[in-house]
Design a protein around this ligand. Structure first.
Ligand code: C2E
Ligand code: CA
Ligand code: CA
Ligand code: CA
Length: 281
């Protein structure tokens, strides 16, 4: 560490202690949360950009801590990954999401479900356990595999390439599509897109945010779309908030989209109402 003078150093170190304390407390609460089942899932519609019709949903976890209120996944998923708690949490997510999906299918809404999966979950201690879990849960809920999608980030592909390849190929052989999340924010090389069994690219929200103001972001999106098309991949844009963003993404050739313009992530009940409304209109 730099010698910035005594006061600055002390300030810095006490702030670190606060963060450590907060983290340790959060970790303890997270252990309790797994036992007490304090999680729920919200579902964000993914729509076809041509007609705004819902084709699927992404499951997004929420933690309702009794004292602290709702805690964002950006805050607790990293802790869950480091502590290994992601394995029971991830299993709960899959079970809940597939139970809800089976219910919507039984009502005649044949939508798909995208699940976020972290590296530790995918690779785990036993390479085949995640695939076995997927297979068992699909069977139990009587869901055809093409309705389930797995979202992974591009950095996962780089971290442990060989294991990742084995795991993704076994998932793919079950008939599930694999999505690359937050595309453009990592450091993946284009050859990875071809080597791995990937079906869909999700263009990160950070590019969509500024695409109208910043020409470089619009150009980047255009390049991602063209590359995706030439590799015969589908494209989903994340974080669409305005009509202008929607129209521009559609013009650029992006297939699907998600964002507050179409719908926020919704509790299961509200998603069901959303589905009923869409079929009426
Ligand atoms: P993500 O997978 O990139 O999910 C998209 C995030 O953008 C979600 O945040 C969603 O609520 C938010 N979002 C969607 N549309 C808009 C929009 O138009 N405007 C704005 N401002 N935000 C929008 P959320 O739900 O807080 O999730 C954050 C991250 O936590 C996710 O990013 C994902 O990486 C992780 N996560 C969520 N659920 C799970 C899970 O079940 N398992 C794992 N491993 N990670 C999860
Ligand atoms: Ca995602
Ligand atoms: Ca994303
Ligand atoms: Ca993200």
């Amino acid at each position: 560490a730099k010698n910035d003078g005594r006061n600055h150093y002390r300030y810095y170190s006490s702030e670190m202690n606060v963060n450590m304390l907060e983290r340790v407390q959060l970790e303890q609460r997270l252990r309790q949360a797994v036992i007490r089942q304090e999680f729920c899932l919200h579902y964000q519609p993914i729509v076809n950009l041509d007609d705004q019709k819902i084709t699927g949903v992404e499951a997004l976890i929420r933690w309702q801590e009794p004292k602290l209120g709702i805690i964002s996944p950006d805050k607790f998923i990293p802790i869950a990954e480091e502590t290994g708690l992601i394995e029971p949490i991830g299993e709960w997510v899959l079970q809940q999401a597939l139970t809800d999906l089976a219910h919507w299918h039984s009502l005649g809404f044949k939508i798909s479900m995208a699940i976020n999966v972290s590296g530790r979950q995918l690779l785990g201690h036993d390479k085949t356990s995640f695939t076995c879990l997927l297979k068992a849960l699909l069977q139990k809920n009587n869901i055809e595999p093409q309705y389930l999608h797995i979202e992974i980030t591009e950095s996962m592909l780089m971290d442990d390439t060989e294991h990742c390849m084995t795991a993704l190929e076994s998932i793919r052989s079950l008939g599930l599509d694999i999505y690359i999340d937050d595309f453009g924010t990592g450091y993946s090389s284009l050859s990875y897109l071809k080597r791995f069994p990937i079906a869909v690219i999700k263009i990160d929200k950070s590019f969509v945010d500024n695409m109208l103001e910043r020409e470089s972001d619009a150009k980047l999106i255009k390049a991602i779309v063209m590359m995706g098309q030439s590799l015969e991949l589908k494209l989903v844009a994340e974080g669409i908030e305005t009509h202008a963003q929607w129209k521009m993404l559609q013009a650029l050739g992006c297939d699907y989209g998600q964002g507050y313009l179409f719908s926020q992530p919704l509790p299961a009940q509200d998603l069901e109402s959303f589905l009923h409304q869409q079929t009426q209109s």
